[in-house]
Write a protein that binds this ligand. Structure first.
Ligand SMILES: Cc1cc2nc3c(=O)[nH]c(=O)nc-3n(C[C@H](O)[C@H](O)[C@H](O)COP(=O)(O)OP(=O)(O)OC[C@H]3O[C@@H](n4cnc5c(N)ncnc54)[C@H](O)[C@@H]3O)c2cc1C
Ligand code: SF4
Length: 474
């Protein structure tokens, strides 16, 4: 374990965050790990409790107490090997995972939890700096060929594990660059795109082939893929967006989906040298973001960096309490108030508001919202369990961004062309990652619905295991 009395001696130390006034002037990452000595002190806070709830709360089941102990003992290389035994890409999760492991840490019962994500990022970035992260060259290959459709974290993790197992893996991606939502959805200030390039280069050196600008539909699978590959793994994400369906909104200029907005900004940063401007620019505008999730927060941070005149985020759900409800005890994920780093940067947050209509003739001028009343307790605050109040208000707006999340994977194209079965929520129906077509497996958001990077990695890894089991059985 770390230091026996570490959690009593040392306070939790978060990663270094650049102050708001300077970070909003650029799109670069602004959160960085502390020095190794300081991170060692953080690892010393681990109690190595008998049952590591952190390990269970982590979707890839990272061996957290083990790597904490190794960091405390300055055995950084062993800590790196422990970390990658469960997580293919800790450089992504160490930056953008919401870290469900931390509220489940036993120290969190009496104090602030061990800074697990901080330690994770330090381990992997140390490993890169010291040259320990090397391509794992496969010496013996099978004659099995596997096509992976989609290069997001699920596809990347599956490709990595299937390649290490010795199969011949090709990843097909419809966009010009790889990484899925890591590249096109998540803003650079949370995840610099060089971090994705660094990993893709390693995967290429390991022997995985990546093919860009290739939208795979049913016809392409039947004509080109089934003839050349033994199996297909679909990792196409959940791209069908939820619509903001309120009177007056159709065809009104100044109304956009979050993904149009974020993808435009990410592409413009990528093509900086070509001086490509973002498709939608919030500069000087009164921006209203509808939707209280992570995607909404990313739109807030982006609008602030683009120089918006004001940014307001409207959400249906109520402002959560600072402390847990009694019905939401440790080690569950806490349903408490969360101010993301984007919110710290200057945004008006409007809680418990239902969007009613938009004002404006050709171009949006305002959003009309109505206050709603939620029950006080956690249990009754189910999805739609609110009452309307009589109070309405109008929020001036010349750029409205709809960030209501995603319904499910796209049905048109691949799914319909191949008659793939869906579950009740519109996600791909699988049995042990295998679809109703015996040559097609699937993983990630396509199967789970919109989720997290770490759950997509986990899903890609587990699908690879199932593919290997299937291959071993034939
Ligand atoms: C704005 C935003 C912010 C987010 N922030 C976070 C965060 O901070 N932390 C976190 O953990 N999660 C976050 N998420 C969620 C996370 O990004 C996703 O859960 C994760 O990327 C899903 O991985 P995936 O591989 O299943 O799918 P995706 O990342 O969606 O990748 C799917 C890939 O398949 C490709 N594809 C689809 N169809 C085809 C086709 N027919 N042919 C070829 N290629 C195809 C797509 O182009 C894409 O590259 C965020 C999501 C969004 C939208
Ligand atoms: S991947 Fe996420 S949940 Fe798992 S240890 Fe890292 S930060 Fe925690």
């Amino acid at each position: 374990m770390g230091k026996l009395t570490g959690f009593m001696e040392y306070p939790r130390e978060k990663m270094r965050k650049e102050p708001v006034f300077s970070r909003i002037k650029h799109f670069k990452e602004f959160i960085h790990p502390r020095t190794n000595d300081r991170v060692r002190t953080q690892a010393a806070r681990c109690m190595d409790c008998g049952v590591p709830f952190c390990n269970n709360a982590c979707p890839v089941n990272n061996l957290i107490p083990d790597f904490n102990n190794l960091v405390y003992e300055s055995q950084w290389k062993s800590a790196y090997h422990s970390l990658i035994s469960t997580n293919n890409f800790p450089e992504f999760t160490g930056r953008i995972c919401p870290a469900p492991c931390e509220p489940a840490c036993t120290v969190a019962i009496i104090d602030k939890p061990v800074a697990i994500k901080h330690i994770e990022l330090s381990i992997i970035e140390n490993a890169f700096k010291r040259g320990w992260v090397k391509p794992k060259i496969v010496t013996k290959r099978s004659n099995i060929k596997i096509a992976i459709i989609g290069s997001g974290p699920a596809g990347m993790a599956a490709a990595d594990n299937l390649n290490i197992a010795g199969h011949n893996v090709v990843v097909f991606e419809k966009h010009p660059h790889f990484g899925g939502l890591l590249r096109y959805g998540i803003p650079d200030f949370k995840l610099d795109k060089s971090v994705i390039d660094r990993r893709i280069n390693i995967l290429k050196q390991e022997g995985i082939k990546f093919i860009a600008n290739c939208t795979v539909d049913g016809a392409y699978i039947k004509e080109h893929i089934f003839s050349k590959f033994d199996l297909v793994c679909l990792c196409c994400g959940a791209e069908e967006q939820r619509e903001l369906d309120i009177p007056g909104i159709k065809n009104l200029a100044g109304v956009h989906y979050a993904m149009e907005y974020l993808v435009g900004q990410n592409k413009s940063l990528h093509d900086k040298k070509k001086n490509v401007k973002p498709l939608i620019n919030a500069h000087g505008k009164q921006v209203v973001v509808v939707g209280g999730g992570d995607t909404g927060a990313d739109c807030v941070g982006t609008a602030i960096r683009q120089g918006a005149k004001s940014v307001t985020q409207v959400q249906l759900h109520k402002k959560q309490p600072l402390e847990r409800y009694v019905t939401n005890p440790w080690p569950n994920w806490p349903k408490t108030f969360n101010n993301s780093s984007s919110h710290e940067e200057g945004c008006i947050r409007e809680f418990s508001y239902l969007t009613k209509s938009v004002l404006g003739k050709n171009k949006i001028e305002a959003l009309e919202v109505q206050k709603i009343i939620w029950p006080d307790n956690e249990i009754e605050s189910g999805q739609r369990n609110y009452k309307l109040s009589g109070k309405t208000k109008s929020i001036a707006c010349d750029l409205l961004i709809s960030a209501l999340g995603f319904r499910h994977t796209l049905h048109n194209g691949l799914v319909k062309d191949l008659d793939l079965a869906l579950d009740g929520r519109g996600n791909l129906l699988v049995d042990n990652f295998r679809s109703n077509n015996s040559r097609i497996f699937a993983a990630g958001d396509m199967v789970d619905g919109a989720n997290l990077v770490v759950t997509a990695i986990d899903s890609g890894r587990k699908m690879a295991t199932m593919v290997n089991e299937h291959l071993a059985s034939i």
